[in-house]
Design a protein around this ligand. Structure first.
Ligand code: ATP
Ligand code: MG
Length: 371
């Protein structure tokens, strides 16, 4: 899977950008505010339906414009594929097209082209609350376990119903028991799938992190806690907890309270690690997830790495670039200074460098030829 051609209009300061020849590794360099992250946001908007920085389309849409468009042409093992997305300021339904035909749901696109982002927000995987880690796990599961998404939706529905009854207080306990059973049924399944997924993901993480930073993360441990007591079935925990849940007005136990505790020796990784080490750790988790997806399904993700050089010394920049190269995935990388990444690639035939300036994107090769 390779995005070969990309056209963007009206995303932030990118009025019109046309990239007719993309490579496996694409590096975008330019000064602050030139439009590098905007380009990654455009790719994310196309595949995931929104920017990775904002949930709403409004901040991403160029000021004064009513709509934005992203179009990509991809080569896949099954042949040529085109994807198009158009989003509107007035809130009209987004237009999505796969090979020229309207796509029924965004999940079609997400399933077709898995995408992984490493940006300043990726620190949240370690520094943020449990919700970030659950979302990370569930996103990985969505791609490798076909049963996960339908079960997750049924669990969400049951949890919503149960919480709504709890909030309204004095309704028959029978109804709450009914929805407790329903939530327990799917919640146990989610927990089983998450644990199975982690059995594969965690060794993969250790392997990638050892490659990225051989010495720094000795003693790294990740422990999953499922969101309710180890010794009881979820159904039992939920029914036994109804009184207290009624007092609190929400469901206190279940897979929606699960977490992955990431520790270095005795301390939490969040408290122990430096910024650069945190970045390496987050990169390790993301790369392990994409490698696992590839191993399990043959699907190749697209990786977006925003500001790769930030926080990293030369040796860690080099090892992250090598890991990206070894992954065999298509990568879109941004960096302020081209020199920071200039000598980090072993096969320069796979690398295309672009210069970004005030919303204009030009391949470096064209600039050099022009001189
Ligand atoms: N809705 C918008 N319409 C037009 N321009 C916008 C909009 N939102 C942001 N911009 C501008 O787009 C420019 C590019 O922002 P972007 O985040 O892509 O820069 P960058 O190259 O990633 O910079 P940095 O190196 O600081 O990360 C900024 O100058 C910003 O002011
Ligand atoms: Mg940026």
């Amino acid at each position: 899977m390779l995005i070969q051609r990309l056209q963007i209009s009206h995303i932030r300061n990118l009025s019109r950008a046309s990239l007719p020849r993309l490579n496996r590794i694409n590096v975008f360099c330019g000064i602050n505010g030139s439009g590098k992250t905007s380009l990654l946001e455009a790719l994310h908007l196309l595949i995931m339906g929104k920017s990775f920085r904002h949930a709403m389309v409004r901040p991403v849409l160029q000021e004064g414009e009513a709509e934005c468009t992203v179009f990509a042409e991809l080569s896949t093992s099954a042949g040529r594929l085109t994807l198009g997305a158009q989003r509107y300021r007035d809130g009209s339904k987004p237009l999505l097209k796969i090979n020229g035909a309207p796509a029924n749901a965004l999940s079609e696109l997400v399933e077709l082209v898995p995408m992984q982002v490493l940006s300043a927000d990726s620190f949240e995987l370690i520094l943020g609350g449990p919700g970030f880690r659950r979302e990370f796990l569930d996103r990985g599961l969505f791609h490798v376990e076909p049963k996960f998404y339908p079960v997750w939706r049924l669990a969400q529905r049951a949890l919503k119903q149960r919480n709504s009854l709890l909030r309204h207080g004095k309704i028959s306990t029978d109804q709450i028991i009914l929805w407790s059973r329903e939530y327990a049924r799917y919640g146990e399944e989610i927990d089983r799938m998450r644990r199975h997924y982690l059995d594969n993901l965690l060794p993969a993480c250790h392997a990638v992190i050892a490659q990225l930073s051989p010495d720094a993360m000795v003693g790294l441990e990740a422990t999953y806690s499922r969101g309710w007591s180890k010794d009881v079935a979820l159904e039992h925990a939920l029914i036994a907890g109804i009184e207290k849940d009624l007092q609190q007005g929400f469901t206190r136990q279940g897979p929606h309270r699960a977490d992955l505790k990431i520790m270095i020796d005795e301390g939490t990784a969040a408290e122990t690690l430096s910024r650069g080490q945190l970045k390496i750790l987050a990169a390790g988790f993301h790369l392990a997830q994409t490698n696992l997806l590839h191993a399990k399904t043959g699907k190749k993700s697209i990786l977006l790495v925003d500001d790769l050089s930030a926080e990293l010394d030369r040796s860690h920049r080099q090892s992250l670039c090598s890991a990206l190269e070894d992954s065999g995935l298509q990568v879109f990388v941004t960096s302020v200074e081209p020199e920071d990444l200039a000598n980090c690639w072993s096969n320069t035939n796979d690398v295309e460098m672009f210069h970004v300036e005030r919303g204009h994107i030009t391949p470096l090769s064209e600039i050099t030829q022009g001189n």
